[in-house]
Design a binder for this molecule. Structure first.
Ligand code: SAM
Length: 131
């Protein structure tokens, strides 16, 4: 039993169509993302451990981020921090996926290289449960 229904429909649709929407409305093919099984594993690891403050390097088209954010959504103060300076190269598809999923309030994107983003986030004494 895969239990993929635990993932947001927008993620399942992306794997079904093997595509996502860019900010412009253009449909872009999936590439460089985690697999459906891996997305489910990320979602479950975050949910089952009650993680609420998470960080990730690399947004791309938003697959893994949406899987993670959907696991923290609903908890007051929960936030998934994602560093990626190259979102425009992906047509801002990751940002659109998070917005279209309705999970935007639980997600923050930093247009910074990971090394700089880590510096900013850790210097501000954010404690991450999972990254
Ligand atoms: C393999 S993709 C991530 C896919 C994503 N985990 C998923 O499954 O949907 C790698 C991402 O890392 C980003 N990236 C590359 N170098 C980076 C850096 N120095 N800091 C932050 N992000 C970086 C790229 O722009 C790209 O979006």
């Amino acid at each position: 039993m895969t239990m993929t229904h635990q993932l947001p429909q927008i993620v399942l649709d992306a794997f079904e169509s093997w595509s996502v929407l860019a900010e412009s409305g253009e449909r872009l093919p999936l590439d460089s993302n985690v697999s459906l099984v891996e997305a489910l594993a990320l979602h479950r690891a975050v949910k089952e451990n009650y993680f609420q403050s998470t960080a990730e390097v690399g947004l791309a088209k938003g697959i893994s981020a949406t899987a993670i954010v959907s696991a923290i959504a609903g908890h007051p103060g929960a936030l998934h921090h994602v560093m990626d300076p190259y979102q425009t190269k992906y047509g801002n598809a990751g940002l659109r996926m998070l917005r279209d999923s309705g999970l935007g309030p639980y997600f923050r994107h930093y247009s910074q290289y990971s090394i700089r983003g880590r510096g900013v986030s850790f210097a501000s004494a954010t404690r991450f449960c999972f990254h």
